[in-house]
Design a protein around this ligand. Structure first.
Ligand code: ADP
Length: 195
């Protein structure tokens, strides 16, 4: 069976990170979290980290041309070519979606599926305030949610038009949500295998 090449979309606090780790584990695919990559760059004090830190603290988006370069480079690495990928936190803007399409479309490594993990705003707000991460101030959270509606939600239609979108209900226990994700991923992988 060909490796899973997937995008996971969902509001901040939807459980994307947790579920992505489980999916990566179950399917042997490489979990690529752009937020984690950026936080690692900040911690290491690299050039990328220095440019990203203030932007992240304000809840704003790192410029597309930077993100597109970072992700393109990562997707070209041998582990990803061999095992596939689960993109978590990318694409976040229409320009990033086009960059991803330029990498995947018309190749022998097309995207398998884009999953929207659906959790209502009031619930993600509650979850994020509870997790207390450094960049989770009430203001930054509100700004990220606003940007999500503005920039990222339109990507759902973009993926739907390409026949790639699946929506999964993100409410319930971690196990329940994971089983729902598994069902849609398995169905897509079967379809891909059937050609
Ligand atoms: P959250 O889901 O809470 O926003 P992430 O870990 O996905 O957390 O991202 C943290 C921050 O990293 C974002 O607020 C943003 O500043 C930056 N970031 C992550 N991914 C991207 C991206 N694809 N484009 C632009 N900025 C990004």
């Amino acid at each position: 069976m060909s490796p899973l090449r997937m995008v996971i979309l969902g509001r901040q606090g939807s459980g994307k990170g947790t579920q992505s780790a489980r999916i990566a584990d179950a399917y042997g695919t490489v979990h690529i979290s752009t937020g984690d990559m950026l936080r690692a760059a900040v911690a290491e004090g690299t050039e990328l980290g220095r440019r990203a830190k203030a932007i992240m603290d304000a809840g704003e988006l790192v410029p597309d041309e930077i993100m597109n370069g970072v992700v393109a480079e990562r997707l070209a690495k041998p582990d990803v070519v061999e095992r596939g990928f689960l993109l978590d936190g990318f694409p976040r803007t229409p320009d990033q979606a086009e960059a991803l399409a330029a990498i995947c479309d018309g190749t022998d490594r097309p995207l398998t599926v884009a999953v929207n993990l659906e959790v209502p705003v009031d619930e993600v707000m509650r979850r994020m305030l509870a997790r207390g991460r450094d960049d989770d101030t009430a203001e930054a959270i509100a700004r990220r949610l606003e940007l999500y509606e503005e920039q990222t939600a339109p990507l759902l239609a973009w993926f739907a038009e390409r026949g790639l979108l699946e929506t999964v209900d993100g409410l319930g226990t971690e196990d329940e949500v994971f089983e729902r994700l598994r069902a849609v991923i398995d169905a897509r992988l079967d379809r891909a295998a059937a050609g």
